[in-house]
Design a protein around this ligand. Structure first.
Ligand code: ADP
Length: 482
């Protein structure tokens, strides 16, 4: 078992360093259990890390692609060897069920394997010039020093899908994880460090967003920031970065719709709704929090959904019988409950759940909530709650469903359940989202294809898959007279 009271330190220029203070992460399934203690760094440590990364960049950016491939493969194999142990850590620190947590560790390994392969496939282009006797080469070079700022909801796979491409393409890193899941981040960094990454290439500075994250965003010496988190924080970072023209990759909020048409396979649609809205405690940016249901099946669907919700077991994340673990923190639980009041105040009907519940241990357990009679203009349909709270909106037909689905500032993922091929195809073409799911949950993306959204959900090049190269490299166009 990883849980230990050793204080986990920051990694700066190859050394594990003390910080300014120490903070503890507690288990949201059991508040009497401290999962880890970590140091909280300082703005000065951010500056030292950036300087170390800058120095290391000269060599690392020109290092052998085979060296980088081999390091990433070693990381992947250690993640796979330790998937049970690390899954337990993720589960204890973040609160997702052991099944979800272990799958996330495996996902992290798959990402490192994918980008190990990508090291060997960095392509350029060669074109004839419009000027006779001149050739044009377009090559890709590492961007430089990259700042990675990550959230608490996917504590190992999100860092993996930023760190793996950053290293694969020859960049150096300053990594700041969310405080709530710092121990998970620390273990990932420890694995990468021992896999042979040279001194200064990967730096870890744990601590608060306001101190560490803000120092990163304000630094003129960081070439790019890849961030995942809330839209509000993302916009603050983008504003700070604008001053120095720092390249940005931002994955932010969502208010994702799942449309259910009358002709859908009802069992499948109910499965999709439960998974999309409530699994991982609704704490996924691709979760569906708006269920847009065609009038003809609306009443049946709401009733059947409530029956399924009654059967969901909420409890300690390590209990094999648990379907949904606790909410991650007190602050998040308060936010969820506040939105339950807001929804009722706005006139939506709280059809099921929505209250804090007791578990066998002292944890942040909440009964998933379903609102009905919600209209899309309500705050519960427009603002990201980031908890197990979904609202059903009744629509007359497919055309209204599409209009409601697109009536949001966000555009991350969107789903439709239907047997009508014409509607499915029309939805796929016309929904304003970066990810579309037909007869599938809105959450649960593959690791080898682009991930990202539109409108207020995303800014900058897509993450993951072959698209990752767009952010982590910069092109050089060379003209040669032969
Ligand atoms: P949450 O707190 O719900 O995870 P945030 O978007 O606030 O959502 O946090 C995502 C990440 O951004 C975390 O690592 C957090 O510490 C960091 N962060 C928070 N505020 C700032 C800020 N002002 N500048 C840079 N990073 C920040």
């Amino acid at each position: 078992m990883l849980i230990t009271m050793i204080v986990l330190k920051n990694l700066i220029d190859g050394d594990w360093r003390e910080g300014d203070s120490i903070f503890a992460s507690t288990n949201p399934s059991n508040l009497d259990e401290i999962v880890a203690q970590c140091v909280s760094g300082s703005a000065d440590q951010v500056m030292e890390s950036i300087a170390a990364a800058k120095t290391a960049f000269a060599e690392w950016s020109h290092s052998s692609i085979l060296l980088r491939h081999d390091i990433l493969m070693r990381v992947a194999s250690e993640l796979r060897e330790r998937e049970v142990e690390l899954g337990r850590l993720v589960s204890c620190e973040q609160g997702k069920t052991l099944r979800e947590a272990t799958a996330e560790v495996v996902r992290a390994a798959q990402i490192f394997e994918f980008f190990a392969g990508e090291c060997l496939r960095i392509q350029g282009e060669k074109l004839a010039s419009v000027r006779p006797g001149v050739e044009v080469d377009i090559t890709r070079e590492a961007l430089g020093v990259i700042g990675l700022i990550t959230p608490w909801n996917i504590p190992i796979a999100i860092p993996a899908w930023k760190i793996a491409p950053a290293l694969a393409y020859g960049n150096c890193i300053v990594f700041k994880p969310a405080e709530l899941v710092s121990a998970t981040a620390w273990h990932l960094v420890d694995i990468i460090c021992r896999a042979g990454v040279p001194q200064g290439v990967l730096n870890l500075v744990m601590g608060s967003g306001k101190v560490i994250g803000s120092a990163m965003a304000r630094s003129p010496d960081i070439d790019g920031i890849s961030f995942t988190g809330s839209t509000t924080t993302g916009r603050t970072i983008a504003t700070n970065c604008a001053e120095h023209g720092t390249k940005l990759q931002m994955e932010m909020g969502g208010k994702n719709p799942l449309v259910v048409l009358a002709d859908a396979d009802m069992d499948l649609a109910l499965d999709c709704a439960i998974d999309s809205a409530f699994f991982a405690t609704g704490q996924r940016c691709t979760a569906a929090s708006r269920l847009i249901v065609e009038d003809a099946i609306h009443d049946y669907f709401v009733q059947a959904l409530i029956e399924r919700m009654k059967a969901i077991k909420i409890g300690h994340a390590l209990d094999p019988a648990t379907d949904i673990g606790p909410v991650v923190s007190e602050g998040q639980l308060e936010q969820n409950l506040r939105y339950i009041d807001i929804g009722q105040g706005e006139g939506a009907t709280l059809a099921f759940g929505g209250s804090r519940i007791e578990g066998t241990t002292r944890g942040y357990f909440m009964q998933p909530a379903l609102f009905s009679s919600a209209s899309n203009g309500m705050r519960i349909c427009q603002e990201e709650i980031f908890g197990p709270v979904a609202a059903v909106t009744r629509v007359a037909d497919y055309d209204e469903a599409l209009q409601v689905a697109n009536d949001t500032q966000f555009g991350l993922s969107a789903g439709i359940c239907t047997r009508n091929l014409a509607c499915a195809m029309h939805f796929r073409r016309n929904v304003a989202a970066g990810i579309v799911a037909v007869n599938l949950p809105t959450a649960g993306a593959d690791f080898h294809v682009p991930f990202g959204g539109r409108k207020a959900s995303s800014l900058g090049p897509r993450e993951q898959g072959r698209s990752a190269i767009e952010f982590y490299t910069t092109t050089k166009t060379s003209y040669l007279r032969c």
